[in-house]
Design a protein around this ligand. Structure first.
Ligand code: ADP
Ligand code: ASP
Ligand code: MG
Length: 409
């Protein structure tokens, strides 16, 4: 008998029939004697609908109130799933994040989990009850409802698994595992049986939304056994996120390709080229809690230089107005923004022992006439920023160039 946390995403609970399907799956695991905590997302499209609704009322929704609104989607699905489980003859009880007491910080819309109260869940589990918990939400110290960022139900799942020291955390979704790249873009993408934690962390942070990055961070920190599986197929081992590199197998150079269309580039031209300028530009951006990703500072000429960086597209307007302020401060010449950027990254631990990955990537893109605007690298990834209109082409040609469509030896 094991303690298992199962998480079902939006598509998997997208309508009453699918919720009943989830209930049957949970019932099966319950019948095998496992203790189960089930985390669910809102029905697919629901969180988007709620965000749009909020924006109709307030163009820039107040973050605290936005969380009050968008956390409601999950409250619907926990109740419905508990009912469906009861209809299967199983004792089930649902809890919102605040009811469990998933304590978070107060960063509305992107809160971090600080502590989870496990008493109530343990008590129910000991009584043979399936515990159903709303993903994506928590409560701060002052009792405010918070949400964990888009895709945050994954993080709820893994965090609960960590808190309960569960034997496994199973993320059920609409694909049967982690693929070499998004199978919606490249039909030839292959499912990976295993992926290292480090690679998964890069893939998630670089835009593969199959797992929210924070869920992977949690899994790493608390050594949670994490698996991605299909909620629509039976059987199948899905993809296991492993902590060790498989040294027996010949490593492929690249394990996967991640991409993100949600990027914007900001440039400030003609800033004085002196110590402290990067801080003067990026300090206020960081203070506004805007994530900066790629950064380029050009070689200075005649005492001045240009500085470019990327931010999430939704933050571009805020970042622009901050830069306008910096421009006045520093006497910079010009500020401009481009909201049609995308980022493509190749990821793989095999890169450590291979040279020429970057040149193969750049050559492949050049052959298609795709201009690279920014580059950043780490030990196991290379990312490039390109015009969004070439994104799908770039992913497809890179997938082929690195032979990811061929089965591993
Ligand atoms: P859920 O609603 O279950 O949380 P998501 O839509 O958040 O599901 O994540 C699953 C989707 O992630 C898949 O349908 C797929 O299109 C996309 N995806 C992106 N990159 C990958 C990848 N490398 N492997 C598998 N799926 C991926
Ligand atoms: N419902 C939330 C979202 O759409 C959380 C999740 O699905 O993981 O982002
Ligand atoms: Mg998701």
């Amino acid at each position: 008998m094991a303690l298992i946390v199962q998480k079902y995403g939006g598509t998997s609970v997208g309508n009453p029939e699918r919720i009943k399907n989830v209930a049957r799956r949970v019932a099966r695991a319950h019948a095998e004697g496992h203790k189960l905590v089930v985390v669910v997302s809102a029905m697919s499209g629901e969180t988007n609908r709620l965000v749009a609704l909020a924006k109709e009322v307030q163009a820039n929704p107040d973050p605290r109130e936005l969380d009050v609104v968008i956390s409601t989607g999950e409250q619907v699905t926990i109740g419905l799933l508990s009912m469906a489980l009861q209809a299967e003859g199983i004792k089930a009880r649902s809890y919102t994040g605040p009811q469990v007491r998933i304590l978070t910080d107060s960063s509305f819309t992107k809160a971090r989990i600080l502590k989870i109260d496990e008493d109530r869940m343990r008590k129910d589990l000991d009584e043979g009850c399936v515990v159903v918990v709303a993903g994506f939400q928590g409560v701060d110290d002052a009792g405010n409802i918070t949400t964990l960022g888009r895709g945050g139900s994954d993080t709820t799942g893994v965090a609960l698994a960590a808190a309960l020291r569960a034997d496994e955390c199973q993320i059920y979704t609409d694909v049967d595992g982690v693929y070499t790249t998004d199978p919606r873009i490249v039909p030839e993408a292959r499912k990976l049986d295993r992926i290292t934690f480090e690679e998964m962390l890069e893939m998630a942070s670089l835009g593969s939304k199959v797992l929210q990055i924070r869920s992977v961070e949690f899994a790493g920190k608390y050594k949670v056994k994490l698996r991605v599986l299909s909620s629509f197929q039976d059987g199948g081992e899905g993809t296991l996120i492993t902590f060790e590199e498989d040294t027996k197998m010949e490593q492929p150079i690249i394990s996967g390709i991640a991409f993100n269309r949600d990027e914007a580039k900001l440039t400030i031209q003609g800033v004085p080229d002196r110590p402290g300028i990067a801080y003067q530009i990026l300090g206020p951006v960081a203070e506004a809690n805007i994530d900066v990703d790629m950064i380029i500072q050009n070689v200075g000429q005649d005492g001045s230089t240009d500085f470019s960086f990327t931010v999430p597209r939704g933050e571009m307007d805020r970042a622009m107005s901050i830069l306008e302020g910096v421009k006045t401060h520093t006497g910079a010449r010009e500020v401009h923004g481009d909201r049609t950027m995308a980022k493509v990254s190749v990821v793989g631990v095999g890169m450590r022992s291979h040279v020429g990955v970057a040149s193969r990537m750049f050559r492949t893109l050049a052959e298609e006439g795709i201009n690279i605007q920014m580059i950043s690298t780490s030990e196991i990834k290379i990312s490039v920023a390109i015009d969004e209109k070439y994104l799908e082409l770039a992913v497809r040609v890179l997938h082929k160039a690195f032979e990811l469509d061929q089965t591993a030896a």
